[in-house]
Design a binder for this molecule. Sequence first.
Ligand code: OOG
Ligand code: NI
Length: 298
Amino acid sequence: MTTLETVLNGLMSRYQERVPDVGAIIKAMVREGIIEKATDIENDHIAFRTLGVPHLGIRSLEKIFLHYGYRKMDFYNFPEKKLDAYWYAPPSDKLPRIFISELRVKELSEKAQQTIHSYTDEVTSDPVDALNLDDAAAVDHFLHSGLWRTPTLSDYRLLGAESEYAAWVIYNRYYLNHFTVSVHNLPAGYNTIADFNAFLEREGFRLNDSGGKIKTSPDKGLLQSSTVARMIEAEFDGGEKQEIAGSYVEFAERRVLPQFAGLAHADIRREHRREGFEANNADKIFESTYSAQTGKKD
Ligand code: OOG
Ligand code: NI
């Protein structure tokens, strides 16, 4: 196994431990006969969230994946959520794309900025520069360890009132935000987002309905949906406990591009399908961890 594969496996296993929906969805897919085993799932992409402050943010985290051969692709801007993002193309078709977003901390109120800096100022140089990126265990440890002290519940709430994204990152840091089941290569009856959503809802999973349950790009080539993040019990500084949003699961259908419409099914590969991401889809998917979604009653 390559260093990259080891790092990706480490991310997936911690994520699966924290997000019961991952195991539950895999189990339901096997029970339904959609797949035989978990490794049959094609992971369309994984996503991280970061804070745009010195020594951290996209510029720091991306170094890990650029080192493993990922290529930086398109930029996306989310004016209302005050976020920037890029996606990264993997070195091989068998590996997931990566989506990394970053909060434009400077656009928050003075108070929120001070609160974020009271934590992130503990980081005085880019922590990725100090890592041996060829040491998978060191990278795995880095991605799952605290870069700053555990936040207090009052700071978490203060941030959440202004940016739910900020609150999520101050507690969850670089834990994987989601992985994404590619649905277009699944058997008929499950290979569109509409059909897969119907299956998920039959199985009792809650879908993010911000902007509708199916997010569709203007070119109609990229359709996405996601579960609503489950609540996890978080322990804050001083031992206070509260349920907060953890991570979620996403689903993506990438349609064959018009110029390849005539290809036989067996010949269709990743390069023949709609690539990249879509800002308007993403804008709504971010809300899978926002209280307007997580706080909704069935
Ligand atoms: C990322 C939301 C966007 C996509 O595929 O467009 C996204 C996040 O919630 O951090 O995942
Ligand atoms: Ni995503």
